[in-house]
Design a protein around this ligand. Structure first.
Ligand code: DGL
Length: 265
């Protein structure tokens, strides 16, 4: 892999842009190609077989782009097991951090909530990762299926979003959690709303930075980190380019990006 090859970042929709933001800050010289499958989002309610087929199409897109690394900026796809996605692809693949050490370090009472899609929660992956480090921890996994459609639908100031936030944060409060991990990359788009509902008593953890650190490690191990110059970003969506652009600008308001509509084979 050569240093000047780009890094691919993928998600079911716009959510992974929250990870892209972090990657760009930590790796300013790298060139990024983001791919969000806005035509088929959300992935959370879908079956495993279907999302496996979708992610394979996205990885083939990155074969053509000759990327040196792909960051799967989607927890729903990460819990499939990134090692099972590698197949014949030449690039390495980094998935979302489960953030188990982070939440355990942040939680005084070891009472931890996990917000994620129903697919992610169904696998139990985050709970297992936390309990593997501290079996005495108390973990409350909470599926939040209403969030992604509301975010993708740009319903930020809506009653529906306010009600969904109340519904899920009430469950978290009932569980007595003092720490919450946002284990869906869409949720940082509504972090403020979640924070306002929870007040100051709950630490909110976004595993994006930890994921970016993992990507940096892999680039260093492969000797292909680009450290000179200013990197570029191309953001591709599979549908609704204008909506994608508006949503991406929530996370990356002050940056110059190239936006493209693409078709997956
Ligand atoms: N952003 C994704 C995640 O981190 C998936 C959301 C979805 O498509 O349901 O899980």
């Amino acid at each position: 892999m050569k240093k000047d090859m780009p890094i691919g970042v993928l998600d079911s929709g716009v959510g992974g842009v929250s990870v892209l933001k972090c990657l760009r800050t930590m790796l300013p010289a790298e060139d990024f190609i983001y791919l969000g499958d806005t035509a088929r989002t959300p992935y959370g309610p879908r079956k495993e077989e279907e999302v496996r087929a979708f992610v394979e199409q996205m990885l083939c897109f990155f074969d053509e782009k000759r990327v040196k690394l792909v960051v799967v900026a989607c927890n729903t796809l990460t819990v499939l097991g990134v090692e099972t996605l590698k197949k014949e692809h030449k690039f390495d693949i980094v998935g979302m951090s489960k953030g188990a050490e982070l939440v355990l370090a942040a939680s005084k009472e070891k009472k931890i909530g996990v917000f994620a899609t129903e697919f992610t929660i169904g696998t139990g992956a985050h709970k297992d990762a936390i309990l593997a480090i501290d079996p005495t921890a108390c973990v409350a996994p909470i599926a939040c299926p209403k969030f992604v459609p509301l975010i993708e639908g740009e319903k930020f100031a809506s009653t529906e979003l306010a009600e969904a936030v109340t519904e899920y944060t009430d469950k978290l409060k009932a569980a007595g959690a003092d720490t919450l991990i946002l284990s869906c990359t869409h949720y940082p788009f509504i972090r403020k709303e979640i924070e306002n509902a929870l007040g100051n008593d709950v630490n909110i953890i976004d595993p994006a930075e930890e994921t970016a650190r993992e990507a940096i490690k892999v680039l260093a191990a492969n000797g292909c980190a680009k450290t000179q110059g200013q990197g570029s970003t191309t953001i591709c969506f599979t549908a609704d380019l204008d909506r994608g652009i508006r949503l991406a600008k929530h996370m990356l308001p002050d940056t110059e990006n190239v936006f493209k509509l693409v078709n997956l084979k």
